[in-house]
Write a protein that binds this ligand. Structure first.
Ligand SMILES: [Zn+2]
Length: 897
C-alpha cells in the first residue's frame, strides 16, 4: 500500500530545513519538527468526482477544527449516498440520544452478497468448524475515539472513509475485494461532542500551543467519559451502557477477525501500537494472537518508518482486562489492537517532541488505519484460520475441562438474577434453565430459581473469563483491574459442576431473558376489604425504586427493625428486619390508591408484596411496634465537580437515576457553601480531593449532620469525613490512618525515629522500582466482607458474605464502638485478583462499612466503591440502605471500657 501516503514527507523535509536554519539564526534550541497542517492531510488521488470530500460537507478541512458528532453522521450519510462501496446504518443511540453510526465499506460485489458471506463466516466458528472458502474477505472493525477527548481518531475516520469510498487507485479496489471494513467513527458520541465544543470554543484565529491555555485544560468532567461519566473502554465486559450494548450487537452480527481501537495518550509521548507488554497478556488469550499482532505491527512500523514518525510497542499497555476494546476481541477469536497517539488536546500543543498539531495526530491514526487494512489484506488467510482455530481449540478444551457447567441461583432476588441473565445474553453466552434440583457448592439450586451455563458452548472462553477466580499471576502489573468475577459482583449463589457431577438432564430450556420479572402481588382479603397493612420485602434489587415511588407519591411507610412472623392473605410467613410496612390506617391517600401503587411496584419493580388483616403478629414485633420506624423520601445532594472523581460520582448518579428512578441534585463542590443543606436529607461524597474544602463549608456540614442529616462518604471522602465532621482529631499525616486506626504498612518516611540506632543504608535496585511498586499495589481485586445482618445497613441481604471491589490497600478507621462496624473484611479476604500477601493481611479484619450516629445524624463510611462500573449489583445495595435507613441507625455505646 505504498501509494497511500500523504505528501507531507516533502513538506516535512522542507520544514526541517527551515527550522534548522531558523534555529541557527536565532541560536535557540532547535525545534524537532514543524507541525503538520490540515492542508497537508490529502489522501493520494485520483478520487471519484461524485464522492464528497469531508471538507465539502463539513465546511472545513479535517484537522482544522474539531468535528462534532452530528457532523460525523452527516458526512457518513453523504458518503453512503454517493458511493456504491459504502453502506450507512445505525447501531442505536447513546444516553443523550445521539446516533451510533456504522459504515460498512467493501467492494460492490461483496456488499451484494453479504448475507451469504456472513453465513459461511459464522459457520467457521461453530462445529464442525468448516474452513472459510478461499475468497472469503477478512472482516475488520475500525473503532475511533471511545474516549471522547482523544479526538484525532474520530477526525481521522472521515479521511479513512473518504479514501476507501472515493479512491480510483487499484490498491483500494483490491483491498475492498479482500476486506469488509466496518467503520465505527465515533464510539462515544456524547463525550466527543463535549470535547469538540470545548476545543473549538477556546480556539481563536491563532493556535495557542501553551498547555496552560484553557483549550487544553477541559472543565470537569471532560470528554473522556460517556453521559454518566463512565469509561466506555472499561464497559465492554460489564456492558451496562447503551453505547456498549449496541456495539456488542454489531459484533455478534459480524464476528470481525480484527478490531482496531484508536486512542490518544499524553502530549509528550509519541505513538504506541500493540503488542503491549507480552507477559501481561491474559492467559486465556492464545499465544498465536500475540504472534499475529506482532506480524501486523510490522506494517504499522513500516508506515511510520517511511513517515519518519516516532513510535513504540511492547511497553506500557497490556491485554489483561477483557473489558477494553482492544482486549475483548482477544476472547472472541479476533485480534484486538490498541493504538495510542500523542494528544494535541485541542488544536496545537507544545510538547517534548516539538509543537504537536491536531492534524499531526490525525495523520498518525490515518496511517495506522491503512497499515491495519493492508496487514488484514495480506494476512487474510491467517486471520480467517486464527478465528476458526480459536473456537475449535476452545471447544476441545471445553470438552476436556474439569468443570463441565456453572450453576447460579437467584439468591431470593429474581431482579438481580435477571440482570445477570441479561449480561450473559449480551455476550451471546448460552444459558439453560435448571431442570432438576441440585445441591452443590453449599447451596440448594431449584428449578425456576436457578440456571446452568454449560462450558461446552461457542463462548466457552468468555464463560471462563467471566467466572474464573484467579489469584495467581505471572506479572504483578495491571493496566486496569486484576479481577471482574461476575458471580461475585452480582452476589449470587454459585457452584461449579465437575464433569462427573454434571448431567445433560440438568439442562432445561434455553433461558432467554424476558423483561424484568414481576413481583408477587398480595392476595385479596377474605371479605374483599382493604387489608390492615401491606408488607413489602426489601431483598429485591428494585426495592429502592419501589420504595421511592411509594414515598414520593405520599404513601406512609415504615421499616421493621426487627423480624416478625405474620398470617398473610396467602398464609403464614416470616419477614426479616428491613421489611417495609404500609399500614392502612396511616394513609392520607386513601387505601384504594395505596393498594394500586403497591400493585404497580410489584408489577414494575419486581418486589414481593403481602397483605395482612391484623396488626397482631404470630411472632416478633407487632405492626404498631416502636420497632417500626417511619421512612422519609430521601432528598439527595450528590457532590460533583472539580476535585471529585467523575467515575465514582457518575456511578452513584447512574445508580440513583437509571436504576432507582430517584431525582438527585448534582451540586458542585465549590457551590457547597452557597446551598441550604437543610433542603436535603442526604449528602453523598465519593472519592476525590476533599482536604481543600472551605472551613465554613465544613462547619455547615458538621451542623447539618449533628442536627439530623445523613452523610454517606466513600473512599477518600470516608477518611476525610471522620476527621472533619465527626469531630474526632484529624490526622493529616499522609501515611496515617487517623486516630485509633490500624498501623499503616507503608515504608518509613522522614527522619529515623527516636531510638532507632540503625543508620544502615538499605538498597534496592533502581531498575526494579516499577516492579516493586506494582507488587505493593492493590490495582483492583475482589475481597470478601462479613456483614452484620442485624444492622439497618445490611437489610435485604440474606447471606452475610459479600464481595467488595477494592483498588487500594489503605485500611479504614473502624467505628468508635463495635456495633458500628457493619461490614468487616474476613480473615482471608482475597476472593479474586492480585494482591501481595502482606497487603491482604493488612486488609483482613479491617472495616469496610461503618455507620456511626453523630448527634441526631448518621455518618455512613464505606472504604471502597460500592457501585464499581455499575457492575457490582451485590454491593451497590449498601447505598440503598444508607439512603433509606441511614436515619434509623441508633446510637450505640461501647461496653467494658
Ligand atoms: Zn483512550
Amino acid at each position: 500500500m505504498q501509494s497511500i501516503r500523504f505528501r507531507f514527507p516533502v513538506l516535512l523535509a522542507a520544514a526541517l530545513v527551515i527550522v534548522v536554519v531558523a534555529a541557527v539564526v536565532a541560536f535557540g534550541p532547535p525545534a524537532l519538527a514543524a507541525p503538520i497542517e490540515a492542508a497537508d492531510l490529502v489522501p493520494p488521488g485520483p478520487h471519484r468526482d461524485g464522492v464528497p470530500t469531508p471538507a465539502s460537507v463539513l465546511g472545513f478541512e479535517v484537522g482544522e477544527r474539531h468535528v462534532r458528532h452530528d457532523q460525523v453522521v452527516t458526512y457518513a450519510k453523504a458518503l453512503a449516498a454517493a458511493s456504491d462501496r459504502v453502506v450507512y446504518s445505525e447501531q442505536g443511540r447513546t444516553h443523550e440520544g445521539r446516533v451510533q453510526p456504522l459504515l460498512t465499506i467493501s467492494s460492490p460485489a461483496n456488499l451484494g452478497r453479504l448475507d451469504a458471506l456472513l453465513e459461511r463466516h459464522r459457520a467457521a466458528s461453530e462445529p464442525p468448524f468448516d474452513a472459510e472458502p478461499a475468497d472469503a474477505p477478512a472482516i475488520v472493525w475500525l473503532g475511533y475515539s471511545i474516549h471522547g477527548d482523544e479526538a484525532s481518531g474520530a477526525n481521522a475516520s472521515l479521511l479513512v472513509a473518504y479514501h476507501l469510498a472515493a479512491s480510483e487507485g487499484d490498491e483500494v479496489a483490491g483491498l475492498l475485494s479482500d476486506v469488509v471494513v466496518l467503520i465505527d467513527p465515533s464510539l462515544n458520541p456524547d463525550g466527543l461532542d463535549r470535547f469538540a465544543n470545548w476545543a473549538n470554543m477556546h480556539h481563536g484565529e491563532v493556535s495557542v500551543g501553551d498547555r496552560n491555555h484553557r483549550e487544553h485544560r477541559q472543565g470537569w468532567p471532560g470528554g473522556r467519559t460517556n453521559h454518566y461519566w463512565f469509561d466506555l473502554n472499561r464497559d465492554w465486559l460489564p456492558a451496562q451502557h447503551p453505547e456498549t450494548r449496541n456495539r456488542l450487537a454489531t459484533l455478534r452480527h459480524w464476528r470481525p477477525h480484527l478490531l482496531a481501537d484508536f486512542h490518544e495518550m499524553g502530549t509528550d509521548s509519541t505513538y504506541f501500537f500493540q503488542p503491549g507488554v507480552p507477559s501481561r497478556q491474559n492467559p486465556l488469550t492464545p499465544a498465536a494472537n500475540l504472534e499475529l499482532t506482532r506480524q501486523i505491527a510490522s506494517h504499522h512500523a513500516a508506515a511510520f518508518d517511511r513517515a519518519g514518525r516516532l513510535y513504540y510497542s511492547e511497553e506500557t499497555f497490556d491485554d489483561f482486562y477483557y473489558g477494553k476494546g482492544s482486549t475483548y476481541p482477544d476472547v472472541q477469536g479476533a485480534i484486538g489492537i490498541l493504538f495510542e497517539q500523542a494528544s494535541a488536546r485541542g488544536h496545537l500543543s507544545d510538547s517534548d517532541n516539538g509543537p504537536l498539531a491536531f492534524a499531526d495526530a490525525v495523520q498518525g491514526h490515518y496511517l495506522t488505519s491503512f497499515s491495519t487494512l493492508e496487514a488484514a489484506q495480506q494476512k487474510r488467510r491467517a486471520l480467517l484460520d486464527y478465528h476458526a482455530d480459536f473456537f475449535r481449540h476452545a471447544a476441545e478444551r471445553a470438552a476436556g475441562a474439569e468443570v463441565a457447567a456453572y450453576l447460579f441461583g437467584d439468591g431470593n432476588d429474581p431482579a438481580r438474577a435477571w440482570h445477570f441473565l441479561d449480561l450473559l445474553a449480551a455476550h451471546a453466552i448460552e444459558v439453560r434453565a435448571l431442570a432438576q434440583p441440585v445441591d452443590a457448592g453449599g447451596h440448594r439450586f431449584r428449578p425456576g430459581h436457578a440456571w446452568v451455563v454449560p462450558v461446552e458452548q461457542r463462548q466457552s472462553s468468555l464463560v471462563e473469563a467471566l467466572f474464573e477466580r484467579r489469584t495467581e499471576f505471572a506479572d504483578a502489573t495491571f493496566y486496569d483491574v486484576s479481577a471482574w468475577t461476575a458471580q461475585l459482583a452480582f452476589d449470587l449463589p454459585f457452584a461449579e459442576l465437575s464433569s462427573t457431577a454434571f448431567s445433560t438432564r440438568l439442562l432445561g430450556d434455553p433461558a432467554t431473558p424476558p423483561a424484568l420479572p414481576a413481583g408477587r402481588r398480595p392476595a385479596a382479603t377474605a371479605d374483599g376489604a382493604q387489608p390492615y397493612a401491606w408488607l413489602m420485602s426489601w431483598n429485591g434489587y428494585y426495592a429502592p425504586r419501589a420504595l421511592h415511588r411509594l414515598l414520593a407519591a405520599g404513601v406512609a411507610a415504615r421499616v421493621a427493625t426487627g423480624s416478625l412472623e405474620a398470617e398473610t392473605t396467602s398464609g403464614r410467613r416470616r419477614f426479616a428486619a428491613g421489611t417495609v410496612v404500609v399500614p392502612r390506617g396511616l394513609q392520607e391517600l386513601g387505601a384504594e390508591r395505596v393498594a394500586e401503587l403497591l400493585a404497580t411496584v410489584a408489577e414494575e419493580d419486581g418486589v414481593d408484596v403481602w397483605a395482612v388483616e391484623s396488626g397482631l403478629t404470630l411472632g416478633g414485633i407487632d405492626l404498631g411496634s416502636p420497632s417500626l420506624r417511619p421512612l422519609v423520601t430521601p432528598r439527595v445532594l450528590l457532590v460533583v465537580g472539580d476535585g471529585v472523581s467523575p467515575y465514582e460520582v457518575g456511578e452513584v448518579w447512574h445508580l440513583l437515576d437509571r436504576r432507582w428512578a430517584m431525582p438527585v441534585s448534582l451540586v458542585d463542590r465549590d457551590l457547597l457553601g452557597r446551598v441550604d443543606l437543610w433542603e436535603y436529607t442526604h449528602v453523598v461524597m465519593v472519592d476525590g480531593r476533599w482536604g481543600s474544602i472551605d472551613e465554613e463549608v465544613v462547619d455547615g456540614l458538621r451542623r447539618w449532620l449533628r442536627d439530623g442529616g445523613v452523610l454517606v462518604a466513600t473512599q477518600a471522602a470516608a477518611d476525610w469525613s471522620l476527621g472533619v465532621l465527626a469531630g474526632e482529631s484529624r490526622d493529616d499525616d499522609e501515611g496515617g490512618a487517623g486516630q485509633g486506626g490500624p498501623p499503616m504498612r507503608r515504608g518509613a518516611r522522614g527522619p529515623a525515629a527516636e531510638g532507632d540506632t540503625s543508620l544502615r543504608a538499605e538498597r534496592a535496585a533502581y531498575g526494579d522500582y516499577s516492579q516493586h511498586f506494582a507488587e505493593r499495589l492493590v490495582a483492583g481485586a475482589i475481597f470478601e466482607v462479613e456483614l452484620d445482618l442485624t444492622h439497618p445497613m445490611a437489610y435485604g441481604f440474606d447471606d452475610a458474605r459479600l464481595a467488595i471491589f477494592r483498588d487500594g490497600s489503605r485500611p479504614m478507621v473502624p467505628g468508635g464502638t463495635p456495633y458500628e462496624n457493619v461490614a468487616v473484611f474476613t480473615e482471608r479476604p482475597l476472593l479474586a485478583g492480585y494482591a501481595a500477601s502482606d497487603n491482604v493481611e493488612a486488609i483482613a479484619g479491617t472495616a469496610a462499612v461503618v455507620a456511626s450516629r453523630v448527634g441526631e445524624g448518621t455518618l455512613v463510611r464505606m472504604a471502597d466503591d460500592p457501585a464499581f462500573r455499575a457492575y457490582f449489583f451485590g454491593s451497590d445495595r449498601l447505598l440503598a440502605n444508607a439512603l433509606f435507613f441511614g436515619h434509623v441507625v441508633r446510637r450505640t455505646e461501647a461496653f467494658g471500657e
